[in-house]
Design a protein around this ligand. Structure first.
Ligand SMILES: Cc1cc2nc3c(=O)[nH]c(=O)nc-3n(C[C@H](O)[C@H](O)[C@H](O)COP(=O)(O)O)c2cc1C
Length: 349
């Protein structure tokens, strides 16, 4: 009896420790093929205050792959969360411990990806149908590490988009020790829609996310889906604890500067030209380690989005830096393009 009580107290302490101090006011969504380590380095040059996420990494890849290649990151990217996909509690616990040992600030479980491949492997959005299993997985992750265990999920699946179902799911996760939940405010259609369609077709339902926060004031609720402007962000922050943004930032990364200025009240930010200078330094370091120029530069395509000079920038990248064997010398010339862009902008203003 006494041992049981001590164990329970110990577990509660771990769970309390897992309540995080990370600033999640704004985070950049995990995006496969986008938010790899090079993209995250680039984004961190633009914003000091947002929380960054890796792409989803399956437990199989994390445990059996080349660890440095799959999970390695540069400390400059921090604060950084690892997103994992899986439903085997032992494997998830192991990955959570590895994430902690490697210096990640958070481990997040993907409960929102609707792709067929992910469903076949029994993880992602199909787990919304299995709250008990999810709770067991979270419990085992929480007990394996001291960093916060968080979850990213959708508000429903197929024909199920009900507050009571979602609220009970959220409560099961919370009781298992997950105190931060990211809600993509649309349901997942598990059959009949592609992953891309699943990002647009199911209707956004922000009120349901807000209601979850109202019912669970002690949980940290982060809203995600279709948010693209600072006034919208400010409005959401009146109802929930944080906003996660994906596509808008990938397509227009310099939007992060608006976020720094308007949301974090920070005007100590780099110009686009300064960012490119830093990227060039980064590329020159990375190619010594065998990284290809295009693996980094592909993430910078949107840097001039909406600006004069954007077409020239994209053309230069696509003509010189998108091939597997792109030459580093071409990266140096990029600074000329940037300087010309700046001059043209000054001439206009
Ligand atoms: C190219 C792409 C890849 C994505 N990969 C992931 C992923 O690995 N894990 C995840 O939880 N969500 C993933 N998502 C979903 C996003 O994290 C986010 O929930 C979704 O894009 C909605 O936010 P947004 O409207 O701000 O883009 C991906 C989305 C896109 C566009």
């Amino acid at each position: 009896m006494k041992t049981l009580l001590i164990k329970k107290l110990f577990l509660t302490r771990i769970k309390l420790k897992n309540m995080s101090k990370i600033n999640r006011t704004i985070s950049v969504a995990p995006m496969m093929d986008c938010t790899d380590r090079h993209d995250r380095y680039f984004l961190r040059l633009i914003s000091k205050n947002v929380l960054l996420y890796t792409e989803m990494i399956s437990t199989g890849a994390a445990l059996n792959g080349d660890r440095e290649k799959v999970l390695g990151f540069n400390n400059f990217e921090k604060p950084l969360a690892l997103q994992v996909g899986g439903s085997n509690k032992k494997d998830l616990a192991e990955v959570a411990k590895i994430a902690e040992d490697m210096g990640y600030d958070e481990i997040n479980i993907n409960l929102g990806c609707p792709s067929k491949k992910v469903q076949k492997n029994q993880f992602g959005a199909c787990l919304i149908k299995e709250p008990e299993l999810v709770a067991e997985c979270i419990d085992s992750m929480v007990n394996a590490c001291k960093i916060p265990v968080t979850a990213k999920t959708r508000i429903g699946y197929d024909d199920v988009e009900e507050f009571d179902y979602l609220n009970s799911f959220v409560n099961k996760m919370s009781n298992a020790g997950c105190k931060t939940i990211i809600l993509h405010a649309r349901k997942a259609i598990l059959k009949g829609l592609s992953p891309k369609e699943n990002l647009n077709i199911p209707k956004l339902n922000y009120p349901m996310v807000n209601q979850i926060k109202k019912e669970n004031p002690n949980l940290e609720i982060i809203i995600n889906g279709g948010i693209t402007q600072c006034p919208e962000i400010k409005e959401h922050l009146l109802h929930v604890d944080g906003v996660m943004i994906g596509r808008k930032i990938y397509q227009s990364p310099y939007f992060l500067v608006d976020i720094e200025r308007e949301i974090f009240n920070n005007s100590d930010v780099l110009t686009r030209a300064q960012i490119v200078e830093e990227v060039v330094k980064y590329v020159s370091n990375e190619i010594q380690k065998g990284t290809r120029v295009n693996q980094i530069m592909r993430h910078t395509v949107g840097l001039y989005h909406g600006q004069k000079g954007s077409t020239k920038w994209k053309r230069y990248l696509s003509n010189n830096m998108m091939a597997r064997d792109s030459d580093f010398q071409k990266v140096n010339h990029i600074l000329d393009i940037v300087q010309n862009n700046e001059k043209e902008k000054m001439a206009v203003s």
